[in-house]
Design a protein around this ligand. Structure first.
Ligand SMILES: Cc1ncc(COP(=O)(O)O)c(C=O)c1O
Length: 397
């Protein structure tokens, strides 16, 4: 069976490859510590679970409005007013099966084959593949560790061509935890505005940011971009609801209308029960977030202190999300236990096989000198995992 030319270009997810290997090792009785996961380790809050259970009891189990139930749209609209003073009408909101689907729909609705989409690297693994799925062309712009993985205006200017149609800005970032200060993002948005680029603002980690950094939505930094910005966010990360699959897009009614048409012919509505649970999440008490973010910050600080003790490893301090993205390139060329470190992938293989710790190599994020370490796991796991990593990396000669 021959696959389509577009699908042939898609690369399998490195994240999934590592986690599959880690799972197989675990099922063979090897005590693997998993630092590769991209989801909060906290459970979905009780009141949210209850709302989902109640939805089942109430037989709220049929099709719903294709673009999401009015009550959930309203809960999201109210959240955006309350948290960000941004006002949207219901026809400017689309709810989908996860932020991932919202992102894809935005691209599928706006891009034509051959259009170029600027993606700053390190990037979230799915962006280039989603762009390719539409027939458009991902244009990767490498950011520097010395600029804390922030895209600089001159880098963006240099990447623009007559075919540039859109830019994806992930703030805060998966995998680096980098987050833009207001002035830094304004400089990028001004260029995007001047060139009428579609701004895909993936702000899924907007609620997970650390002391000393104040997140501001791109639409608040430059409201003039409203006619060509699509804001992406959702319930997955903030409310520990990854499996419920609820994400949303907020943007111009024409674009949202196009996305809605595609959704109507593909998945139809997001899961009815999940939508009811998400109403409880967006409308309910938000204080659990403060407690969870504080815990993430303690873990981040512990990891930063541990990594500082490993010679040859450097790391930027993440301002948001729950990942560290250390540079391990100084270890390239070293060996131990029959493994030679030529790439970040080799280091991850070595750590998995000898120290039984799963991490994701930077190759999948367009940053081959780095590895991604998720701290969405318990402090106990982090302590044990870091002891193992420290030993394995210092064994390299
Ligand atoms: C940057 C980024 N955007 C979007 C998503 C997708 O989120 P969801 O689970 O809601 O589809 C993720 C999930 O890992 C992410 O890290």
């Amino acid at each position: 069976m021959d696959l389509s030319e577009i699908v042939k270009q898609l690369s399998p997810s490195l994240t999934l490859k590592i986690s599959a290997k880690a799972k197989t090792m675990k099922s063979n009785g090897i005590p693997v510590i998993d630092f590769s996961v991209g989801e909060p380790d906290f459970p979905t809050p009780e009141h949210v679970k209850e709302a989902g259970i109640q939805a089942i009891r109430d037989n709220f189990t049929g099709y719903t409005q294709n673009d999401g139930i009015p009550d959930l749209k309203d809960a999201i609209i109210q959240r955006l007013i309350q948290d960000d003073a941004l006002s949207f009408s219901p026809d400017e909101i689309l709810i989908s099966a996860g932020a991932k689907m919202s992102l894809y729909l935005a691209m599928a609705a706006a891009l034509n084959p051959g259009d170029e989409v600027i993606i700053p690297a390190p990037y979230w693994v799915s962006y280039p593949e989603q762009v390719r799925l539409t027939g458009a062309v991902p244009v990767i712009v490498h950011t520097e560790e010395s600029s804390e993985f922030i895209l600089l205006p001159e880098q963006l200017e240099a990447a623009l061509t007559s075919k540039t149609r859109a830019i994806i800005i992930n703030n805060p970032s998966n995998p680096s935890g980098a987050a833009y200060e207001t002035d830094q993002l304004r400089a990028i948005l001004e260029i995007a505005h001047r060139n009428k680029l579609l701004i895909i603002a993936d702000e899924i980690y907007s609620q997970i940011t650390y002391e000393g950094y104040r997140f501001v939505r791109s639409l608040n930094i430059m409201p003039e971009t409203r006619a060509h910005t699509v804001l992406i966010d959702g319930a997955s990360k903030a409310y520990s609801m990854t499996g419920w699959r609820i994400g949303y897009a907020a943007g111009p009614a024409t674009l949202i209308g196009g996305m809605k048409r595609i959704q109507g012919h593909t998945t139809s509505n997001p899961v009815s029960i999940s939508q009811k649970a998400a109403v409880a999440a967006f409308r309910g008490d938000q204080r659990h977030l403060v407690v969870r973010v504080r815990e993430f910050q303690e873990r981040r600080d512990f990891l930063l202190a541990s990594l500082a003790q490993i010679p040859g490893v450097s790391v930027c301090v993440p301002k948001g999300a729950f990942y560290l993205f250390p540079n391990v390139s100084k270890l390239f060329g070293r060996s131990a236990a029959g493994h030679t470190m030529k790439t970040a992938m080799d280091i991850c293989d070595y750590l998995l096989e000898t120290a039984h710790v799963a991490l994701v190599p930077g190759e999948g994020f367009g940053a081959p000198n780095n590895i991604r370490l998720s701290f969405a796991t318990s402090m106990e796991n982090l302590r044990e995992g870091m002891t193992r990593i420290q030993k394995a990396l210092t064994d390299l000669v």
